[in-house]
Design a protein around this ligand. Sequence first.
Ligand code: PHE
Ligand code: NA
Length: 439
Amino acid sequence: MVERETWTTRIGFILAAVGSAVGLGNIWRFPFSVAESGGGAFLVVYLIAILIVGIPALLAEFVIGRRANVDAVGAFRAIGRGNWRFIGAIGVLASFWTLSYYSVIGGWVLRYIFGSATGSALAGPEAYFGAASAGSSSVLTHVLFMAITIGIVAFGIERGIELATKFMVPSIVVLLLGLAVYAFMLPDAAPGYEFLFDPNVTAITSNLTQIIPAATGQALFSLSVGFSVMITYASYLGKDDSLGADGLSIAVTNTFVGILAGTVVLPLLFAGGLSVGAAEGGGIGAVFVAIPIALGNFPPLIGKILGIVFFFVVLIAALSSAISLLEAPVAYVVDEFGVPRMQATLGIGGGAFVLGVPSAWDIAWLSWFDGIGVALLLPTTVLFVVIFVGWIMGDDAVDEIKKGMAGDSFGTVWLWSLRTFVLVVVVVVFLLNIHDLFF
Ligand code: PHE
Ligand code: NA
């Protein structure tokens, strides 16, 4: 038996987890969720959801993983509660499921780097997106993206994921900052900020049953909670540093990058002569159509450079998330069945590729996969994780989280938050989603 790997450094773990959290959700989904749901109103609810549900639930996954030091399914057995293994299994299924279409979108991003360089993506954005997002060309870029993901995960934790994210995450932040500064200096960018930051209170109150589940789902997806991913990443922790501090810095960085992406995307749209209306209702395609239209209104060379840099950032953000989505099922197969990592990575990556072919072929399938993943699999896993850590692990969970921390008041407050209001919010979101999906 080969010894199980661990992260070499604490910052290595944090960067890998940030790499997982910061992804398409921040750049592709977040600015447009804000756009669709009444601007700053959505942002406020989202921030509250991160704080009162996202962070406690993230810490719950960390506690399970570090306590068990094994894959997300076996974790429940290792904790002595094998009957609850199904929670880890739904999470592993959710990451496999999500990887299948995440890679399709990642493939489009890959194509857009070249489409920006040649200018063809900016010349006729709608037609370009139509061609890139359907049929065999979309399947081809899906293969490429998945192959890169497999290539990284095959190298394992230290020499694969930790090494890759050590370069990827700082690059994302630096390049996005550069883009944000550039966007700030553009004339006509101001309405973008106003739109992002100006909370429209009536938009919140008149639409609570829609905004609360949307913002909570977005917050959890954004933190990679509900996919067994954070359980798996925490299972590679060797030392007992403060999970609370790590979780907080991960959540803060993720939120910061989301807002930063908003200050790139929305001002670019306005400066490029588009109103947010162009982004609304664009759904999945919004970033791929609205941004290129806006960039097409810049002087050609500037438009191309902005396009290359923007889509490059999106690409590494997507990749550093995709590797975590692959790692969760890979760890399961490696730890539970003793399959060598190389085979496991190829088999599961290949399987997720096949599952993603319908999404690549036709965007309607992608939208369906995304809907099931975010509205059904994610809330189901989170609901049971919260019940499990709050009510089943109980004091054991407090015992785990207080390691590396001074005093136990944090752990106790956290446990009771899980037991009470986190649980209530998660149940409500779960029920609203079920209602939306099936009734
Ligand atoms: N957090 C990622 C994002 O915002 C998506 C993701 C979900 C990645 C779950 C891994 C696991 O894009
Ligand atoms: Na995110």
